[in-house]
Design a protein around this ligand. Structure first.
Ligand SMILES: NC(=O)c1ccc[n+]([C@@H]2O[C@H](COP(=O)([O-])OP(=O)(O)OC[C@H]3O[C@@H](n4cnc5c(N)ncnc54)[C@H](OP(=O)(O)O)[C@@H]3O)[C@@H](O)[C@H]2O)c1
Length: 344
C-alpha cells in the first residue's frame, strides 16, 4: 500500500509527543486521523493545522476519554492506531469515578474498535511507571528493569501522592487491558498490539509554545520547584519506582513509534529509553554544563542503587537510539528557555 493511502490514527493529537509524531507521519507521507479533546480550542487545533501537508493529509476528530465511543469515528478506515491520549486530571460529571476508570474503559473501547474496524496494529504510549523493578514484597529492587517487570500497585513508593499514584494505576491497568487484545499474525486473530513503555521524555518540540510537563521534571533542579506534578518530587517518585530514571528524547520516541508501525510483524511489550540515570546524575550534569543555574546541595546527594537497565527488546528488533543523555538534557534547557520557563 502507498503511504498516502495508508491511514493512521493518533489520539491526543495536540500533545507534546503526539504533535511531533503527527509531524513526522505527515512528513513520511501518511494520511493521519488525529483526535483532540476539543476541536473548538484554536490554540491546539492550529498547532496541527500549521503542519506541512496538513491541508491534504490531516483529518481532525473530536474525542474525549470520558466518552470512549467517540474514538470510533477517527479509527474507521485506519490501518494503524497510536493511542497517546491520557487523562491527567479527573473530570467530574461523567460515569467514571476517577482517571483510571476512564482510561481503562477507553483503552478497552479503542482496542475493540480496532478489532471491529480491521485495524492491523494498535500501538499504545505506555509508561515506565508501569514497569517498576520493585519487588512485590517490598524488600527492594530486582537486579534489572525490563519488560518482565510490572509495578506492584499495592506498594506505595516514597514521594508518591494521589496524583502520581492515579497516573501509575491508569497507565498500568490500561496497558494490561490493551495487551490482552494482541495476537501475533501466527496466532491469526488479527490485531497486533504493541505497548511502548516510554521513559521520561525530554527534548524540544518547537511546535509548542510551552514547556511540556515531562520536560519540566528534567529541569526541576534548576527552577527549584519541589512540589506539584512537574516538580522535583515527581522526578524523585520516578526514581523510587525505577531505582533510577529511564530517559529518552522526544525524537527517539517518535522514531520508535514509526519503527513499530513499519515492522512487518510486531506484537507485545517493549520498553523505550536510551539512558538510565539517577536524579543526582542529572543535577551533576547541569551543575557542570549549565553553571548559570546554581544547584542546591541536597539535589547533589542521593542514594546509589545497583539496579540495571535490562531492556533490549526494541534494539533486538533493529531500533537504534540517536539521542544521548547530553542531547536530552541540553534540549530540555533549550525548550525551557525558548518558552520562557527558564529566564536565564
Ligand atoms: N512525556 C513523558 O515523559 C511520557 C512518558 C511515558 C509515557 N507517556 C505517555 O505518552 C502520552 C503522551 O504524553 P505527553 O507527554 O505528550 O503528554 P501531553 O502533552 O499532556 O499529552 C496528553 C494528551 O492527552 C490528551 N488528553 C488528556 N485528557 C484527555 C481526555 N479526557 N480526553 C481526550 N484526550 C485527553 C491531551 O489533550 P488536550 O490537549 O485536550 O489536553 C493531550 O493531547 C501519554 O499517554 C503519556 O502517558 C509520556
Amino acid at each position: 500500500m502507498e503511504k498516502n493511502e495508508c491511514r493512521v490514527c493518533v489520539t491526543g493529537g495536540a500533545g507534546y509527543i503526539a504533535s511531533e509524531l503527527i509531524r513526522k507521519l505527515l512528513d513520511e507521507g501518511y494520511t493521519v486521523h488525529a483526535t483532540l479533546r476539543n476541536l473548538g480550542d484554536a490554540s491546539k487545533v492550529d498547532i496541527l493545522k500549521s503542519l506541512p501537508n496538513a491541508n491534504s493529509r490531516l483529518l481532525l476528530f473530536q474525542a474525549n476519554i470520558y466518552n470512549p465511543t467517540e474514538f470510533q469515528h477517527a479509527i474507521n478506515g485506519c490501518q494503524y492506531v497510536f493511542h497517546l491520549a491520557s487523562p491527567l486530571q479527573h473530570t467530574e460529571g461523567y460515569q467514571f469515578k476517577n482517571t483510571t476508570e476512564a482510561a481503562v474503559a477507553t483503552a478497552k473501547t479503542i482496542a475493540m474498535s480496532c478489532v471491529r474496524s480491521g485495524v492491523r496494529r494498535l500501538i499504545y504510549a505506555a509508561s515506565i511507571v508501569s514497569a517498576s523493578p520493585l519487588k512485590d514484597d517490598g524488600s527492594g529492587y530486582k537486579d534489572s528493569m525490563d519488560e518482565t517487570c510490572w509495578t506492584p500497585l499495592s506498594l506505595s513508593a516514597n514521594f508518591s501522592d494521589d496524583h502520581l499514584a492515579a497516573y501509575r494505576d491508569s497507565k498500568t491497568l490500561s496497558e494490561k487491558e490493551i495487551l490482552s487484545y494482541g495476537s501475533s499474525i501466527e496466532e491469526g486473530r488479527g490485531l497486533e498490539v504493541v505497548t511502548l513503555g516510554i521513559g521520561l521524555v525530554g527534548g524540544d518540540n518547537t511546535l509548542l509554545s510551552y514547556t511540556p510537563g515531562s520536560v519540566a521534571l528534567f529541569i526541576s533542579h534548576l527552577v527549584d520547584k519541589v512540589y506539584g506534578p512537574h516538580g522535583y518530587k515527581a522526578l524523585k517518585y520516578l526514581e523510587e519506582l525505577g531505582g533510577k530514571i529511564p530517559i529518552v528524547h522526544v525524537n527517539d520516541v517518535c522514531d520508535a513509534f514509526i519503527f513499530c508501525l513499519n515492522q512487518a510483524s510486531i506484537n507485545g511489550r517493549f520498553l523505550c529509553a536510551s539512558s538510565f540515570v539517577s536524579s543526582v546524575e542529572i543535577a551533576e550534569y547541569y551543575q557542570e554544563n549549565h553553571p548559570e543555574f546554581p544547584i542546591k546541595q541536597e539535589y547533589l546527594e542521593g542514594t546509589k542503587r545497583e539496579v540495571q537497565w535490562g531492556s533490549t527488546r526494541l534494539m533486538e528488533k533493529g531500533f537504534e537510539y540517536r539521542c544521548d543523555t547530553k542531547m536530552i538534557l541540553d534540549d530540555c534547557v533549550r525548550c525551557a528557555r525558548r518558552t520562557g520557563y527558564l529566564q536565564k
